[in-house]
Ligand binder design. Structure first.
Ligand code: NAP
Length: 256
């Protein structure tokens, strides 16, 4: 049901995982349970999302002897904020919270996993080629355009309404979200769509029963417009502007 990418360590990483940013306590446990019941074996977390203890509860409830899911079969990613580089900072990130963890991005990823924003409006073609050359697996965050972000702007492009994607959805009797997730998985990119809605959680992993034609893969890639939804901003003189954009190491001026 859920294909895998193989990391340079030999470990298998399911191509579709459940995102959990913005999944509030009170909602996230049920979302993770629905995901595990629907065949997800990859959950994307972070202490900064403020919900890992409840995700840990879902794991306790669903995994273990006689519960049908083995802990070692579930790929869990957690990540540390950029100020957490000391080994002592790792402990709050998960063993205690989540009981079981496979990858802590930034510190313990064996240089085999890279997580970046990617979706058809930010196709990351150059970065993906770079990753392939170096046997790195790319994970796409905000794969559906992160429509529940607090800073969503009314004039920004709406990925899930993109006509080229809607046309493919109609052809395959799938939803735009499924076309987008299929496009990523078909080019070997791991995706971690977030949802707290049972039907969408199920829908987002039902992407392994159809195949986009090579030309259709190109059509989806062609809607790229270098659009980044996840840009930290600050307010200067009453205007919202990208934070640190003038810094020499600001990452988002590069073509990926
Ligand atoms: P996303 O997955 O692109 O979009 C989530 C939104 O799409 C939610 O509003 C969800 O609604 C809705 N949705 C889900 N499935 C849908 C479907 N089939 N049809 C229509 N709408 C659907 O946004 P994201 O949360 O920004 O990104 C995904 C995950 O990536 C995060 O949760 C997080 O785990 C990770 N992430 C990592 C970083 C990083 O810096 N490393 C940054 C951003 C995100 P409902 O929930 O209401 O169903």
């Amino acid at each position: 049901m859920n294909d895998f990418a193989v990391l340079s360590t030999g470990r298998k990483m399911p191509l579709v995982g459940l995102g959990t940013w913005k999944s509030e306590p009170g909602q996230v446990k049920q979302a993770v349970i629905w995901a595990l019941q629907s065949g997800y074996r990859h959950i994307d977390c972070a202490p900064i999302y403020g919900n890992e203890p409840e995700i840990g509860e879902a794991f306790q409830e669903m995994m273990g002897p006689e519960k049908g899911i083995r802990r070692e079969d579930v790929f869990v990613t957690s990540k540390l904020w950029n100020t957490k580089h000391h080994p002592d900072d790792v402990e709050p990130c998960s063993p205690k919270n989540l009981s079981y963890i496979v990858v802590v991005l930034n510190l313990n990823d064996n240089n085999s996993v890279l997580q970046v924003e990617s979706h058809p409006y930010l196709a990351q073609v150059e970065l993906l080629a770079h990753c392939r050359d170096r046997s790195l697996v790319m994970t796409a965050y905000s794969p559906l355009g992160s429509p529940d972000r607090a800073w969503k702007h009314p004039e920004e492009p709406v990925l899930l309404e993109e006509p080229a994607i809607a046309a493919l959805a109609k052809k395959y009797n799938k939803t735009p979200a499924q076309i987008i997730i299929r496009w990523q998985t078909q080019r070997g990119v791991v995706t971690i769509p977030k949802s707290i809605t049972e039907s969408r959680i199920k829908e987002n992993i039902q992407v392994f029963d159809f195949t986009l034609e090579p030309e259709e893969m190109n059509q989806v890639t062609a809607v790229h417009r270098g659009w980044r939804y996840i840009v930290p901003t600050i307010t200067v003189d009453g205007k919202s502007v990208p934070r640190d954009a003038a810094h020499p190491h600001y990452p988002f001026n590069d073509p990926y």
